[in-house]
Structure formats: C-alpha cells, structure tokens
Design a protein around this ligand. Structure first.
Ligand code: SF4
Length: 264
C-alpha cells in the first residue's frame, strides 16, 4: 500500500464536457484505479472542479487515519461530525483531542434539532425498539441537511470492513447531486495499523477496551477475540449499518440486507 503524497494532476471541469455525475465518477475511477489513497484524496480536496467537499467523520476507532491525511493535505477542510447525543463520552473527548492535535480548523458538530428529537424520541428509548428510526432522526437527517451545502463528501469506508462494502470504489455517484469519495477503499486492517503506528497517532481510548468499531453507546458493545470487528454494533439484530445512503440529495432507506453506506 502506497502512502505517498504525490499531487494528482487531473483537473476535471464538471461544467463543460464531463457529463453527468455518474459519467464523471466512471472517468475518475478509471483514472485513479492504480493510484494511492493520497492521490485520490488530494484530487478531492484540491480540485476546484469537484466543488465544495467535506469530510464526514465519526471520530471512531479508525477515523484518525483519514483525519490525519486530510490535516496534512488541507487542514481547512470542513469536517462534519454527527453527534447523536448518544455517543460515548470518550468519543466526544477524542473528537476534541484530535481536532486540536491535528489542527483541523473547521470541525462542524452536527446534531438533530431538540424539537425533532423530542417529538420522535421523547424519552430516549427509540433505539430499543426501532433502530432504523432512531438512526434516521439522530444521524441521517442531520447529515443530509449538513451535506446539502456540498458537492461531494469524503468517507472512511473500506472494502474489508463488511461484505456490503466489498465493491466500494474510490468515487461513487449519489444521483445527480454529489460525488462520494472513499480514499481508503482498498486499505486493509494492517495498512491502517501501520499508518497509525508510523505517524504516532492517538487511538480512540475504547479500542484498548475491546471496541474495534465504535458508534453510539447504547448500540455498541465490546467484541471478543475471533469475532467480526463490527459484531459489537447493534449486537443481536440484523442491522449492520446506520443506513446513510443518499440518492439525488435525499436520504433514503434501503433494506438491511442490501444497504449500507455510512461514514462510520
Ligand atoms: S446507533 Fe443506536 S442510538 Fe445511535 S442513532 Fe442509531 S439506533 Fe440511535
């Protein structure tokens, strides 16, 4: 796995002869097929033709890798952090620590409005009987609103993480509105580990306590040795991701067995 910071030479002009978002994505994936994550990220962050681009981060177990890469290339990049008000205290502390250490200048904490939460989840127990609805109110809707001002977003999704992610590409179309960029799509667990060690990056404190994947406190449990790293997410249910999936700028729900795009 290459970790070079070679600038990407491509400059696309989306307004002229590069067609639809889907066509541009096809072109980008062909062009960057053999490039490193950093080249893909540099393109996303520096090419004005891609428009306004934000990084969406959960500040979870592996998030520090992409946050660090972004901080090296363009620390002024808007970073959207969805605070569901159900996160671990450790995650909130880690978010502040990383933002300061990496000199990220524009971290934006995104939350559902209090009236909306009060209406849908007045006693904070929605996650106990309808996790899709809870994720919808607390994660998907706020992120959809936050992304409305952007032409693209960067996620930390990787192929190795789940069977539902095995076909993740560097660039993906979200209808005719946005391009989703997944610079780490081809990274494996060892690549992440090497990067964290080599750059002496701080880890989420819950990783050492058996949490290789970290979401909201009520829906995340420790993982035993030999278990899938995401086994602790919504343990005991069919749900495997929060269902953040946008088509034509609108968040849509897709069946648990088919979905699942998330920034987490
Ligand atoms: S992960 Fe759990 S608590 Fe968090 S928004 Fe989804 S259902 Fe609610």
């Amino acid at each position: 796995m290459l970790h070079d910071l070679t600038p990407a030479p491509l400059t696309l002009d989306k307004a002229s002869n590069h067609g639809t978002v889907a066509e541009r994505v096809t072109t980008l994936n062909a062009r960057y097929r053999h490039h490193a994550a950093t080249a893909v990220l540099e393109h996303a962050l520096r090419d004005v033709a891609l428009g306004r681009v934000a990084l969406v981060s959960s500040f979870g177990a592996e998030s520090v890798v992409l946050l660090h890469l972004v901080s090296v290339i363009a620390p002024e990049t808007p970073v959207l952090f969805v605070d569901t008000r159900m996160l671990f205290t450790e995650t909130l502390d880690y978010q502040r620590e990383l933002a300061e250490k990496l000199h990220l200048c524009d971290v934006r904490t995104i939350r559902a409005s209090q009236p909306r939460v009060a209406f849908e989840d007045p006693d904070g127990t929605l996650h106990q009987f309808n996790t899709d609805a809870c994720c919808g109110v607390r994660k998907v809707e706020p992120l959809e609103r936050a992304l409305a001002g952007f032409d693209g977003w960067i996620t930390g999704r990787k192929r190795f993480q789940a069977s539902t992610r095995q076909s993740v590409e560097f660039f993906e179309a979200e209808g005719e509105t946005r391009i989703k960029v997944n610079p780490l799509a081809h990274w494996g667990r060892e690549d992440l580990e090497d990067y964290i060690v080599n750059n002496r990056l701080p880890r989420h404190p819950l990783v050492a306590k058996g949490y290789p994947s970290i979401g909201c406190a009520p829906c995340t449990s420790p993982v035993k040795e030999g278990e899938d790293p995401r086994a602790g997410r919504w343990r005991g249910s069919q749900k495997v991701e929060c269902g953040i999936h946008f088509i034509d700028g609108k968040a849509v729900r897709v069946p648990n067995t088919e979905q699942k795009d998330t920034a987490a």
